[in-house]
Design a protein around this ligand. Structure first.
Ligand code: B12
Ligand code: SF4
Ligand code: SF4
Length: 359
């Protein structure tokens, strides 16, 4: 795994891990699982489709959820299923085995293992693409064991001259040589990022309120994806493909947020992160409202954003609320004036003045 380790360290050195500090700790561990899981000899690497068909957005005040997150939290589901696999192996062997299940474990280069073990190849969008599975709409997970198993052969596949993902990426986060700069990736910005969304990237978020699938949607290998075989990854087990942004603005505490999203991947950015994203998407939707057939929702959006601003203690969120209001082509200067009068944070005051100046 020397080549993969060097590739990973190069990615870190370029600053592409953004503020994900946990990825920078002990990078050599990621290609040396024996250091992390002493006693394990072999890993069983698995992959499963999470793909479900996406319906049209029901209304402009709804946002899009990336497909991997529409159902139950995959960490729980995959760990549970791998533990069932372990129990089956033990019953066949008639003895206990040493085994630990993982998925999305930041201490491991999971994709490099998946490629080495024949599940697919690494596309320029950096996803493991498994033509025998369903393209790249797959999770990767692993069971480290003390079993002695025959190694699989690496899958030989390639993107060829294609670079559709890089061209389609709204923030140009994919480099020519097939790496992702997380600083620019909508998935990072909406899920892992703890700060505000940089101003120059807000429009590019479009309607993505959690994650992003664009570089997978355009991939030729994903044109006939297999529907997930597991009910846990279908809409009914989680938040579904679209979410009402007005309802997100109404979540007033982290405890309420947890009760709504604790069992889903949306719990990751916490209340503040999800509301921040919802405000950016509402701003983008307000910006497009002139072209919408029915824009009767606009008045309600403005009222809800103002009410949210009035009650919110987090200055980062108040700034995003003011930005969202300023995106409407008939942006009501009076709402921004009211916000300016009420704002107590000096940096926010300057930003609101800027937004007023742009009207
Ligand atoms: C950090 C992380 C992110 C970050 C950074 C993503 C990135 N591309 O680096 C952010 C938050 C942006 C992110 C987003 C997403 N993620 Co993510 N993420 C991870 C995580 C935790 C680590 C990824 C990593 O190591 N990146 C570092 C770079 C260096 O990786 P890389 O460019 O792919 O290069 C590695 C290999 O491909 C290989 N390699 C690459 N080039 C070369 C060249 C040579 C010569 C060699 C030898 C090797 C080699 O070696 C490198 C080191 O391992 C993994 C889980 C894990 N522990 O692996 C999940 C994981 C990659 N994510 C996953 C998913 C589903 C997503 C999203 C699709 C979610 C969404 N819809 O919003 C997006 C996709 C965005 C994208 N195009 O990458 C899945 C992908 C499944 C798959 N089929 O591949 C993973 C594997 C989680 C899982 N267990 O299922 N993610
Ligand atoms: S997930 Fe979206 S923003 Fe990130 S690389 Fe893919 S297309 Fe670009
Ligand atoms: S869109 Fe093209 S370049 Fe990108 S991952 Fe798919 S095949 Fe590779």
């Amino acid at each position: 795994m020397e080549a993969e380790r060097l590739e990973y360290e190069k990615w870190l050195a370029q600053g592409f891990a953004a503020s994900m500090e946990y990825l920078k700790r002990n990078p050599h561990f990621r290609t040396s699982p024996q250091l992390l899981y002493p006693g394990s000899k072999c890993a069983i690497i698995v992959s499963v489709s999470y793909y479900t068909e996406k319906p049209l957005l029901p209304a402009p005040y709804f946002g899009d959820i990336a497909r991997y997150a529409v159902g139950e939290d995959y960490h729980n589901v995959l760990t549970r299923k791998l533990n069932e696999l372990r129990a089956k192996i033990e019953s066949v062997l008639g003895r206990p085995i040493l085994a630990r299940a993982f998925t999305d474990d930041v201490q491991l280069c999971e994709q490099a293992y998946a490629v080495r073990h024949g599940l697919g190849f690494s596309g320029k969008n950096t996803m493991v693409i498994g033509p025998k599975l369903s393209g790249s709409y797959n999770f990767v997970a692993e069971l480290f064991t003390d079993l002695d198993l025959e190694p699989d052969e690496a899958y030989q596949g390639t993107c060829g001259q294609c670079f559709r993902c890089g061209v389609a990426c709204p923030t140009k986060a994919i480099t020519d040589d097939g790496h992702v700069d997380a600083n620019l990736c909508i998935s990072f910005l909406t899920i892992e990022n703890k700060n505000g969304i940089p101003l120059h990237l807000r429009k590019a978020l479009g309607r993505w309120v959690f994650g992003c699938d664009i570089c997978q949607e355009v991939c030729p290998y994903n044109q006939r994806p297999l529907e997930t075989p597991w009910v846990e990854f279908k809409s009914g087990s989680g938040v579904g493909h679209n979410i009402n942004l007005f309802e997100i603005l109404a979540i007033d505490t982290q405890a309420r947020f947890k009760s709504l999203f604790g069992h889903t991947p949306l719990s990751r950015p916490k209340r503040a992160g999800l509301i921040r994203n919802a405000l950016v998407v509402l701003g983008n939707s307000l910006a497009d409202s002139k072209d919408q057939k029915d824009n009767s929702w606009v008045e309600e959006a403005r009222d809800r954003i103002w009410t949210f601003f009035e009650c919110e203690a987090n200055p980062m969120l108040r700034e995003h609320a003011a930005w969202a209001i300023s995106q409407h082509p008939d942006a009501p200067a009076n709402t921004l004036q009211k916000m300016l009068a009420r704002e107590i944070d000096e940096a926010n005051k300057r930003k609101i003045e800027e937004y007023l100046g742009c009207l």
